[in-house]
Design a protein around this ligand. Structure first.
Ligand code: C2E
Ligand code: MG
Ligand code: MG
Length: 280
């Protein structure tokens, strides 16, 4: 049956795809930063940079609507280069005001397989005078599985430089643990689909708990994303989770608002620090 809305949808997609090429040049893209709270000491230990498109007519467009269009148009390398530069510029600005925050950026599959990625990262770190530990790259399980040997080569170079690596959306892919163990990653981020309902869903809570234990046994730190309430935060803390991120702590903030937010203190998080599972 003919459905006019489908045509309208593909028309919108097509228009956005064309407009995306100009969006960067015209300064319509911006980063927002979501704090990551260390549950061991109650301190914000870093932020995740998330891309936003402030469209002149359509308003704010979320990455879910345009990242795949950027991939299709072959714009991802250019876009990621911009994201990385902007995130490190922001890191520098905060550092100049006395606050050192590790910035994490999301790296899509095509960018992960760029053999020049480690050199590009090194160049940007040196441009902004930032140590490699200032940067974290978030990659998905699926991305690492497309060509495991090549991913291993590139990730090993980044890791040897001192850049942190995290597996994003953990639990939604199909990677096998034997491979995960070989990857030089520091953290896994449990996908928000398991975290948001862990108070009402017993099976989600069990998955989260088991994933935390598994990660710790592999020597990895665990970030829970999608932490929407203080109750979830407390439960995660009891489950020995290391780091939490989500609307219950803070929504993603503009870079210029971050230091004021930090100065005001993390209100939802007056939780008891828990001891580290790893030696200091
Ligand atoms: P992600 O990396 O898993 O990022 C987490 C997403 O969860 C973000 O959505 C964030 O705004 C959202 N979120 C944060 N707290 C909560 C919460 O408490 N509950 C729920 N339900 N959601 C929460 P956002 O900003 O729309 O980004 C979506 C995805 O787009 C990201 O997922 C990431 O995969 C991708 N993305 C964002 N920025 C970039 C980028 O610069 N480059 C690339 N390649 N991908 C990006
Ligand atoms: Mg991410
Ligand atoms: Mg995620």
């Amino acid at each position: 049956m003919y459905d006019q809305s489908l045509d309208q949808d593909s028309l919108t997609q097509l228009t956005l795809k064309t407009e995306l090429s100009h969006a960067l040049a015209e300064g319509q893209l911006a980063l927002v930063y979501q704090p990551k709270l260390n549950l061991r000491n109650g301190k914000v230990q870093g932020v995740e940079a998330l891309l936003r498109w402030r469209h002149p007519e359509r308003g704010m467009i979320l990455p879910g609507q345009f990242i795949s269009l950027a991939e299709q148009r072959g714009l991802m390398h250019h876009l990621t280069q911009w994201v990385m530069n902007e995130a490190l510029r922001q890191h520098r600005e905060w550092a100049d005001q006395g606050v050192k925050l590790k910035v994490a950026i999301n790296v899509s599959t095509s960018v992960l397989y760029d053999l020049d990625l480690p050199d590009k990262v090194a160049q940007l770190l040196s441009r902004w005078g930032a140590p490699p530990t200032a940067l974290e790259l978030e990659i998905t399980e699926e991305a690492t599985m497309r060509d495991p040997e090549r991913a291993l080569t590139i990730l090993s170079r980044l890791s040897a430089m001192g850049v942190s690596l995290a597996i994003d959306d953990f639990g939604t892919g199909y990677s096998f643990l034997g491979y995960l163990k070989r990857l030089p990653v520091n953290k896994i981020k449990i996908d928000k689909s398991f975290v948001v309902e862990m108070l009402s869903s017993d099976s989600d809570a069990k998955i989260v708990h088991a994933t935390i234990d598994l990660a710790h046994n592999l020597g990895l730190h665990v970030v829970a994303e999608g932490v929407e309430s203080e109750a979830i935060l407390r439960k995660l803390s009891r489950m020995n989770c290391d780091i939490a991120q989500g609307l219950g702590i803070s929504s993603p903030l503009a870079g210029r608002d971050m230091l004021a937010w930090l100065a005001a203190g993390v209100s939802a998080t007056e939780i008891q620090p828990i001891p580290s599972v790893f030696p200091a």
